[in-house]
Design a binder for this molecule. Sequence first.
Ligand code: PGA
Length: 252
Amino acid sequence: MREWIVAGNWKMHNTVAESIALAKAIKEGSTAIKNGEVIVAPTFTALFSVGEAIKGSKVLLAAQDMYYEDKGAFTGEISPGMLKDVGCTYVIIGHSERRKYFHEQNNDVNLKVKKALFAGLKPIMCVGETDEEREKGVTQDVVGRQIKEGLNGVEKIEDVVIAYEPVWAIGTGKVATPAQAQEVHAFIRGILKNLYGGSTADDVRILYGGSVTKDNIGDLIAMADIDGALVGGASLKADGFLGIINNISGKK
Ligand code: PGA
């Protein structure tokens, strides 16, 4: 039985004070929720304070990225040990904005995923095709490569969360239809079955991301292989984020 996840990716938003306020509102709003996992991913500068604010609650802390070395002369980078030190359980890896603006390749994603696992962090590995790739009919080629190359040499797949985020749906208000999303989620689970065997693959959570709101999550979460959501814009207001959680909780 897979436990659902709702993860909020706050991207490059919020001061420390704003992040604490948002985290506290999410913590208070999710006290009654019994199952599932609620995750927030603030900016690096707010991780420690948010970690303190959510201590002892159901809400778990994630970082938005990390580097794949332990320490050293890597100006501007953050190590997995540093993320653990401030209370992170999860780390988002290979988000499409990292791939697009910071030129991350599948190989970088793979190094980060392996390093995160080795350090005891759970990676949320993001994959997804662009508009152009979907139009060309190569969605499965692209996503298949991202999955296989991203997971190359990864053994502890049960500690990995996959997020399928079609690039054309991120921040655009153009959400994938439940059928479109389910098709790719089932395809991803098929690859995991080939790589890791059926029962292991059945335990891996695959999240959908891209313009998720409290109004469209109900239909998405009804799909067999959609186990939750990675939320950007709608995670920046407690009401919207809690609305998504409430529309999943009890349905999966
Ligand atoms: P969005 O972002 O919900 O604003 O589309 C999702 C994401 O980038 O993870």
